[in-house]
Design a protein around this ligand. Structure first.
Ligand code: PHE
Length: 351
């Protein structure tokens, strides 16, 4: 019996030593202490022993039992420790996914690209750029353009007035220009004729904002002034309109004039462009008319010459104010004018 116990002790201590996982140790534990396990079975044989032998074997059995229990406990701890150490070596920090987007390369805004295109087109005809102030005096935006103070025709423009505060200007005479037409009296009063000028720039109106109206928008304006004998006529205006439309939209583009009232031109016209989508047949984009209005135009009114100290008997001129934002919306099927002013990346990257 003594031998048997020593053998169990020896065999199992070796097994415990060799084991390297908690699972193996659990198995060994059951082999020893489980029901029918080696240690569990031993006491059953004690009855066969003599009193003396029992006195000897009892403590030995207890000692070996405790020793094996302890050996398993210690080994378990050792295995746990090693597992923790191995885990510590592993790197569990979360790696951010590699930044997906490429570096964004900026480019000119659609409206700026269009501006360059149109400016280049008209520079070829000898037009030079002249940009007038955005914050403007009533004089240049209205009065010199044959719209006297308090005249009802002023209602044609929903104007944003600026509080003049302590400025040395008449109260109510400062505004955000409602059109680019303020550039012609500013140029004409300088008296340097002939004039062949253009401006592609911002204008402002007190608008209820929606998909087609914005408080801030662009106009492309031209003004031509010369001596009466230079025969600046509606025919020139027609030629220039077709030149512009064909330059932007291609050879098939066509313009048409409709009589229209503007205080600063006589005769005045609204310029329509043949619908690029249905070629005049009528579709939902042109509201079934086959045309869409893109500009106001005409021959410069004699009163504008008078206001700028040019003799209307000696001088004549033509002008138009064209809505490029509208044109771009039609050309690229942009359904909301507000996109032009918002920094929406999806929109910006599309053009
Ligand atoms: N300035 C006018 C507007 O904004 C357009 C226009 C320009 C009309 C030139 C005639 C001549 O409504």
């Amino acid at each position: 019996m003594e031998e048997k116990i020593s053998q169990i002790q020896k065999d199992f201590l070796e097994k415990i030593n060799k084991s390297s996982s908690l699972k193996d140790l659990d198995k060994i534990f059951i082999e020893l202490f489980g029901k029918n396990g080696e240690i569990d079975q031993l006491p059953k044989e004690f009855s066969k022993l003599s009193e003396d032998e029992r006195r000897k074997i009892g403590p030995l059995f207890n000692q070996v039992k405790q020793e094996l229990e302890e050996a398993i406990r210690v080994k378990r701890e050792g295995v746990r420790e090693e597992t923790y150490k191995a885990l510590e070596k592993e790197d569990f920090t979360m790696q951010p996914p590699r930044l997906q987007h490429k570096k964004r390369q900026g480019h000119l805004h659609l409206a700026t690209q269009f501006k360059k295109e149109i400016i280049d087109l008209f520079a070829k005809l000898g037009f030079s750029q002249f940009d007038a102030p955005h914050i403007e005096l009533d004089k240049y935006n209205f009065e010199d353009l044959n719209i006297p103070k308090d005249h009802p025709s002023k209602d044609m423009w929903d104007t944003l007035y600026i509080d003049t505060g302590n400025l040395k200007v008449e109260p109510g005479s400062l505004l955000l220009r409602t059109h680019t037409s303020n550039f012609w009296p500013r140029l004409m009063e300088k008296g340097k004729t002939p004039i062949r000028a253009m401006s592609f720039d911002r204008c402002f109106r007190y608008e209820n904002i929606d998909a087609r109206h914005s408080h801030t928008f662009n106009q492309f304006e031209i003004a031509v002034v010369g001596q009466v004998n230079q025969a600046i006529t509606m025919a020139n205006l027609k030629y220039l309109s077709d030149y512009l439309l064909q330059g932007i939209l291609g050879k098939e583009a066509k313009s048409r004039f409709r009589p229209k009232y503007y205080p600063f031109v006589e005769p005045g016209v609204g310029i329509d462009c043949l619908c690029v989508f249905c070629h005049g047949k009528g579709c939902k984009i042109c509201s079934g008319t086959g045309w869409f209005e893109i500009a106001g135009a005409g021959l410069i009114h004699p009163n504008v010459f008078k206001a700028t100290n040019l003799d209307p008997k000696k001088y004549t001129g033509l002008a138009w104010g064209f809505g490029p934002d509208r044109m771009l919306m039609l050309k690229h099927e942009i359904e909301d004018i507000r996109f032009f002013l918002e920094g929406d990346l999806e929109f910006l990257e599309k053009f």
